[in-house]
Ligand binder design. Sequence first.
Ligand SMILES: *[C@@H]1O[C@H](CO)[C@@H](O)[C@H](O)[C@H]1NC(C)=O
Ligand SMILES: *[C@@H]1O[C@H](CO)[C@@H](O)[C@H](O)[C@H]1NC(C)=O
Ligand SMILES: *[C@@H]1O[C@H](CO)[C@@H](O)[C@H](O)[C@H]1NC(C)=O
Ligand SMILES: *[C@@H]1O[C@H](CO)[C@@H](O)[C@H](O)[C@H]1NC(C)=O
Ligand SMILES: [Cu+2]
Length: 553
Amino acid sequence: MRFVKTFLFLLGLAQARLVVENWDITYVTTNRGLDQPAKRGIGVNNKLPLPVVEAEIGDTLVLNVRNSLDTVTSLHAHGILQRGTNYYDGVPMVNGCPIAPGSNFTYEFVLEQSGTYWIHGHASDQNFEGLRTPLIVYDRNDPYPADKEHLFAVEDWWPITIQESLELLQKPGGLGTPFIYPPQTLINGEFGKLTKPLYFEPGLTYRIRLVSMMSLPLWEFAIDSHELYIVEVDGVLTKPKAVDVVRMAPAQRVSVLVKAKNSIAANYEYHITVLDDYVVPIPGVYPAQFDGRVVYSPDASTDIVQTIPSEPFDDLSIESLEYEPLLYADRSLFLNLTYGFTAGDVPSETINLISYRDSLVPAIFSALTTGERAINPVTYGPQTNTKVVKLNEVIELLFWSPTELAHPMHLHGHVFQVIETGYTNDTTGWSRRRVPNSGFSPLKRDSVHVPQGQYVVVRFRANNLGVWNLHCHIDWHLGLGFNMLFVVGPREMQQSMRVPESVVEQCRFQEIVTSGNAAGHDTYNYSGAPDLPYLEAALPPPLAALKAAGFTV
Ligand SMILES: *[C@@H]1O[C@H](CO)[C@@H](O)[C@H](O)[C@H]1NC(C)=O
Ligand SMILES: *[C@@H]1O[C@H](CO)[C@@H](O)[C@H](O)[C@H]1NC(C)=O
Ligand SMILES: *[C@@H]1O[C@H](CO)[C@@H](O)[C@H](O)[C@H]1NC(C)=O
Ligand SMILES: *[C@@H]1O[C@H](CO)[C@@H](O)[C@H](O)[C@H]1NC(C)=O
Ligand SMILES: [Cu+2]
């Protein structure tokens, strides 16, 4: 399909088109080619893996969804900014309502960015069960033209469902139970051991797109004796950066250019290595290495030249191609990424000791219908940990992970500059690395990895009207409340944003209220709203603030 389109562009026939996908979201029973019993997955049109979605910049993507599950669903186009279409960002009870079982819903938005993205379920972590696929947006004027492309989408496949897994975790003493059920690695929808060869032609330049659709581990990509030039990170073009190894955290995407050798005398290998640091080690499962052949000629003897082990690239050493110097921060938010226990030792993931719970009213409707009160974060319910920011305000986030857990943090609707990383420990004191203040264009991305015991500082200009999630992309962490909201420019939203009738209708027939505060009231009355879960490790301030706002805690 892609080549047909390229041909049309050469003829000058290019024009923005509709790319229509008709997706019936269904349960699929499959073992995905693995030597283990089939289990339930969530697929599209009775198939798993899902089709890769391909489009050109400027196209309108129309996703016609039918929900054939027995539970609600939703889709999120990860990394797509949804400028002006916040209501199609796909987070249930934030951007609208979930899609009810048996009903249809259409997402429709313009693809204004080129690059590598993915579409995944955002209701009840359904991506964990297979509802995830790459979204590639081509640009015929791409400043980094390549002769050919390859894609590696890597995901983990677990023998139990996320709901079963979360239920086990939330039993007293249940920490660690996910690891009793070891996962397998799938590459482009197939078991990793079936790694397909890459065919290289001498002298050509290849673009290799890497997409991490993982629920948990990090992984690395390398090709023996071939330098990789990073040119895209999370949809943002970068200055070319030569590396031997690319490291991918869950939800991240990277494109590299690779120049094929001029000779067909030897073949090589590529390696996808799933790491066991940053996650709980699972003996016999992680680390795992999957090797494929890079074939120049079927006659050549494979020449395995191991890549010299080297530090994978680091966000602070890469610059965005389009120059934007370090932003000046108007406001700085300290985000303590930690966890606590509710009564009965049930673990809860938290940001600043608040574990996210949905409100009774989707946040977008609270922003649009509460007038002046929309600028008060309490309107959205304290258990959503909402920050209300002015349109175009520059926000600095300091992600601090003091625990033994690492967190890939994803912001919806924006890309942030990654400007500082570091850690502190008693023996060595502070270690701090920061990008230069001037003459440097910090890397911008939508998903940043915060390693355990370390911190990362990012800045973004809140220039996209709407309600946007900030959450950890490890599915268990999100499922246990690792999530918060930004409401950008509620006054301007009230003036300019018109939610389509189909979005309101999806709420109405599920009897979900579409006006008022977190509890659906037009006043400061929060009676009936979900309480902030009480956490034993919690510090008093959020509880005190809640009591002051009239909540029972
Ligand atoms: C929902 O979509 C399916 C196709 O997936 C179609 O057959 C059905 O008629 C649609 N239902 C409604 C009410 O539009
Ligand atoms: C972060 O939260 C933990 C509780 O889990 C607390 O012990 C720690 O002091 C907090 N750190 C900061 C810097 O507030
Ligand atoms: C301090 O923390 C860093 C980052 O977590 C770690 O690499 C290093 O080994 C630690 N140093 C000591 C002395 O604990
Ligand atoms: C708040 O709302 C509840 C439920 O609608 C109602 O019973 C109660 O009277 C209200 N309280 C105030 C102070 O208006
Ligand atoms: Cu996390």
